[in-house]
Design a protein around this ligand. Sequence first.
Ligand code: NAD
Length: 292
Amino acid sequence: MLILAGKPVVESLAPALEQQISAFKKASGRSPRLDVVLVGDDPASQIYVRNKHREATRLGISSQVHSFPSSADRLDVRALVERLNRDDGVDGILIQRPLPRSFSLSEVSQWVLPSKDVDAFHPELLGRLALGFPGLAPCTPQGILALLAHYKVEVAGKVACVVGRSPIVGKPLSYMLLNANASVIQCHSRTGKLESLTSQADLLFVAAGVPRLIGRQHVRPGAVVIDVGIHRMPDGGLGGDVRMDEISDLASAASPVPGGVGPLTIFMLMRNVVAAAQARLDTATGASVRHS
Ligand code: NAD
């Protein structure tokens, strides 16, 4: 079984992004800028935000974190986001999830302007993706498509099965696969007989958030399996949604956890920031608009 590691993919894509960043700096006289809004003290979110800040800094993207306590009034958070939307020096805005319960996801997902929404949560962006129109796209599905492209896994004409239908992974991933000419089966928590659908797939994507959900009976011999899930396992290590030990002599290729999809997600976020910055610069200077 071929191991689809994420790091070599990032390494192969990084020079082009670095070149884009230096061209942007030359043309605009400033760095692309990402602003992250963090509400509450979820420890995992704090680690994710720190990692994003570190990666942005490494690439020469300026990054600001705006922290609120979990008791923050949503109107205050919204006022900050509106200020960042209007700020010409800000290219990308990300509201870190999970948010406290008092925040409605359908409301929050419309706060960031679609042109600055580097997480691509805005309903307009999901609509654009569904229709195959240009626009910022969610980072994890973009990373998955980049992983497949790097390892020359054919998508067109294949049967793809996506387990999970979240607005940030499962749904946009299905649209991307469909746009890349796969035939897509979508599974979710209410799917009956999961294995009867997953076992039809040439390409199986698992983003259920359930540790070790997928085993031998779910996988078609020779399938390519992409494990998106990431969990702290009882032994203290990290693991995914797939029982890799059961499928290593069955699948033709699989992405590991950790070290598969994860490194690509953060890289695609940085790519979205640069794409957003460049598109705004092109609009300001009257050049043709480029999208990620
Ligand atoms: P989510 O909880 O929002 O969605 C999970 C989806 O899985 C839902 O649509 C649900 O219907 C489906 N599901 C749940 N139980 C199921 C079951 N038993 N059978 C079939 N479907 C089931 O989660 P999410 O944000 O989409 O994330 C999914 C997983 O991917 C999580 O483990 C998350 O940590 C991980 N993740 C990893 C990265 C990364 O960069 N590696 C990025 C995003 C998410």
